[in-house]
Design a protein around this ligand. Structure first.
Ligand code: IPE
Ligand code: MG
Length: 232
């Protein structure tokens, strides 16, 4: 969810104004995804690297978690949304941790869509914590397969993402779900996050639908051709 700061700057407003509108865009996007049958949506809300931002912005973002909860938790819980947080909870304040726990507990039984909020999250952190927990569990090195490690990743209950969307014009992954995006289709848009809406979402889905996903294999037609030439 990139581009909040620039969206605010264009309006001669402080960055936090963009973040606030970013929360509104998120709530709309969650419903738009759920209405289109998306079962899992993961959003990058705060990265392990975002602590480098000015203190005022970091505390503004933490405050926004609390106010967004007051404003939206009842609504999203009523909309059938299950909220799960992924990231290093150790470093965030007790107040924010409590808010996340409340969001998870309140929505735990919802089934319409699961929204994974990556908060104080980094893809490299995720891989390291998965290895650490596997080792702590006594998994022997010879049994540390891709499948085993996947079971220790933060988002282990969700399938790998089919589509990765980055707003805000940058063309990079920036330490998001590194392990999980191995075969995701990537979509980059200049749209700034607070402007993201159903039109942008449908555009991304339409482009996704034209992609040819082979997961390292070959197209079925090519496989048939290869098969028939072998037989010939
Ligand atoms: C992304 O928007 C939101 C967070 C990281 C919390 P930015 O704050 O990165 O917005 P720009 O990139 O400065 O426009
Ligand atoms: Mg940015």
């Amino acid at each position: 969810m990139d581009g909040n700061g620039r969206w605010a700057k264009k309006r001669f407003m402080p960055r936090i104004f963009g973040h606030k509108h970013g929360v509104d865009a998120l709530v709309h996007t969650i419903n738009a995804c759920a209405n289109r049958g998306v079962e899992h949506l993961t959003v990058f809300a705060f990265s392990s690297e975002n602590w480098k931002r000015p203190e005022e912005e970091v505390s503004g973002l933490m405050g926004l978690v609390l106010s967004a909860m007051t404003r939206y938790l009842t609504k999203i819980a009523g909309d059938g949304v299950r909220v799960r947080i992924i990231g290093d909870r150790g470093a965030v304040s007790q107040t924010v941790r409590n808010a996340w726990e409340r969001a998870e507990a309140t929505t735990a039984h919802n089934t319409r869509i699961t929204v994974w909020v990556a908060f104080n999250y980094g893809g490299r952190w995720d891989i390291v914590q998965a290895c650490q927990r596997a080792i702590a569990d006594g998994v022997p090195a010879t049994e540390l397969s891709e499948d085993t490690l996947s079971r220790y990743m933060a988002q282990r209950e969700a399938p790998d993402p089919d589509l990765f969307i980055r707003t805000g014009g940058e063309v990079r992954i920036s330490n998001f779900l590194l392990w999980q995006v191995a075969y995701s289709e990537l979509h980059f848009t200049d749209c700034l996050w607070p402007d993201f809406d159903e039109v942008e979402l449908d555009r991304a889905f339409k482009i996704y639908a034209t992609r040819d996903r082979r997961f390292g294999g070959v197209k079925p037609e090519a496989a048939v051709l290869a098969g028939s030439s072998d037989a010939a």
